[in-house]
Design a protein around this ligand. Structure first.
Ligand SMILES: [Zn+2]
Length: 218
């Protein structure tokens, strides 16, 4: 069982660990390095390129755009995102994307980075009209703990529409939230029920998808 997006290992047997990363990777885990849109001060293009150059098993993430903290996307946020997309393209690494309240713009930017082998749309919501565009750029969409919320009617509807071969699950766990964060297994069990498939079938599909997403760095 793969947790396709977390910042610290939490349940699951394999983790796709993204920066900012709060803990060590275990055997089988996959690491993604990059500057989150909330931590732009830490961005160093040269350091990122050096990391990728010495380790062929690193992906890039999580990177992206965000409107949760400000209405307008700051120019610097866009600049750091595009620079990292270009670096990921240069090294042909899969990318984990963050796009809270700006998924349309994230898709548009990702489309320009055609050398990137695959994208993971983490925390994706409210934008199901973009699913065909996401699929067209070899994108995967990970369902998160929000599906456990009985009030998240629209989100549950969206995760039911993700094609099976594009589906992943995530906890988005951080060290600070670990005690309160459901595991990827819990998310997967709910997802199987919502989609009307067996847990075994869903997990097999998710593992195949996780392998395909990370194929370029494994
Ligand atoms: Zn995250």
């Amino acid at each position: 069982m793969t947790d396709a997006h977390c910042h610290v290992a939490h349940g699951a047997s394999r983790h796709f660990l993204c920066d900012p990363c709060d803990g060590p990777a275990a055997i089988g885990d996959v690491r993604f390095v990059g500057t989150h849109p909330w931590h732009l001060d830490g961005f160093d293009a040269l350091a990122l390129r050096n990391q990728l150059a010495v380790d062929p098993h690193l992906g890039v993430g999580e990177i992206g755009l965000d409107r949760l903290r400000a209405r307008e996307i700051p120019p610097r946020m866009r600049e750091v995102f595009e620079a990292q997309l270009a670096i990921a393209a240069e090294f042909c690494r899969p990318v984990v994307l963050h796009g809270a309240k700006c998924w349309g713009e994230v898709v548009k930017a990702a489309r320009q980075a055609s050398e990137v082998p695959a994208f993971l749309f983490h925390g994706f919501s409210r934008s199901e009209g973009l699913l065909p565009d996401i699929i067209a750029i070899n994108g995967y969409v990970s369902a998160g703990p929000a599906i456990l919320n009985d009030h998240a009617v629209n989100y549950r509807e969206l995760v039911r529409k993700i094609p099976p071969e594009r589906l992943l699950v995530e906890s988005d766990c951080t060290a600070a939230t670990a005690d309160a964060t459901p595991t990827a297994e819990t998310v997967a069990a709910k997802l199987a029920a919502l989609r009307g498939v067996s847990m075994d079938a869903l997990v097999a599909q998710i593992e195949a998808n996780a392998d395909a997403f990370a194929a370029a760095i494994r």
